[in-house]
Design a protein around this ligand. Sequence first.
Ligand SMILES: Nc1ncnc2c1ncn2[C@@H]1O[C@H](COP(=O)(O)OP(=O)(O)OP(=O)(O)O)[C@@H](O)[C@H]1O
Ligand SMILES: [Mg+2]
Length: 275
Amino acid sequence: MNAVAPVLETRGLVAGYVADVDILHGVDLTVEPGEIVTIVGPNGAGKSTLIRAVIGLLKPRAGAILHRGDEIAGTKPHRVVARGVGYVAQRENVFATLSVEENLELGASALGVDAKPRLPQILELFPRLRERRRQRAGTLSGGERQMLAMARALVAEPDLLLLDEPSAGLSPLFMDAIFDKIREINEAGVPILMVEQNARRALAMSHRGYVLDLGRNRFQGTGADLLHDPKVIPRRHRPHRRVIRSSHRASRLCDRLLGHCARRSGRQRNRMEAV
Ligand SMILES: Nc1ncnc2c1ncn2[C@@H]1O[C@H](COP(=O)(O)OP(=O)(O)OP(=O)(O)O)[C@@H](O)[C@H]1O
Ligand SMILES: [Mg+2]
């Protein structure tokens, strides 16, 4: 371990699933101690692929992945997690048939860690889970399940937390709760690398951010700089505050750069921009 090295660094990362088809074409990224770093980009840009390569679910074809200065590219996921990297996947990130408590215990035992002494602290951070500790995870609401997935990752006391779309599919209320938790976890000293479709919210709370497009670095900067860059986040139209028409250049950039815009139908998008 190198005390002055970034918590995480990827250099020229190339990865893909199918032979001869690269999804990442040389991605560079850094997470420094204490930071929240957000990756945004359209659907299919390779955001989840990047996170999967870091955690070891996908072996890179070229480039480097350094965790605190040590090369970890191609290292098995359980070894990466044992090094201190926590991971919350985009989907299916809890065991639906197990209780909240069992999920937390299993998360820890997979790493040879005893969850019991850590549980009170974890449940203090997530009071909703404490109330539901005997409830089966499959019966939790989407937001509660997302909190459980985060809690599972935290049981192992990671020194870096990877979150793939933590607010996906959540109601505005739960979204607020999840973003508050992410901030709280970071303020407790855990650096965070997250992928988020909710680019405005995520960049507003991030120290730095990256825009990925077609598996390449497109833009990068402080969260505030990206947030105020119309090439990344289209300006809202005022005073009309109505429609960014599909023919409008900003809307096309929005479609291109922010997958969440592309996902919505025209009418939904117009409604979203009017908020
Ligand atoms: N297991 C897989 N096998 C083959 N191709 C895959 C696999 N997983 C993802 N891909 C492809 O890799 C590309 C990047 O996918 P990825 O999931 O990284 O995108 P993303 O930026 O996370 O998108 P989203 O915003 O929709 O989550 C896509 O074209 C996708 O079809
Ligand atoms: Mg994804």
